[in-house]
Write a protein that binds this ligand. Structure first.
Ligand SMILES: [Zn+2]
Length: 84
């Protein structure tokens, strides 16, 4: 079983992969409609929105948490932290 390099989600079934392609290292939620992986700013924004929606955080707190969360993942761990 693989986990998504971009968000850490376990990918257990073909429908977790973009276009059902299990050779990919990222999940369907981290893919753009064309099947390529979302770039960092887009993923950061999506994660921020997700945290606001699911955790009830304000935008700034959600963004900080999103930056910390993404910095632990293989796709982004070598990324320079974004300064606010
Ligand atoms: Zn993902």
């Amino acid at each position: 079983m693989k986990t998504c390099i971009s968000c850490g989600m376990p990918m257990t079934k073909p429908s977790d992969y973009p276009s059902g392609d299990d050779s990919k290292d990222y999940c369907i939620y981290c893919a753009r409609p064309d099947g390529s992986m979302q770039p960092y700013p887009e993923k950061l924004e999506g994660t921020t929105e997700f945290l606001i929606r699911t955790q009830g955080l304000d935008r700034q707190a959600a963004r900080q948490m999103a930056i910390r969360t993404l910095s632990k993942l293989p796709a982004w761990k070598d990324k320079e932290p974004i300064k606010e």
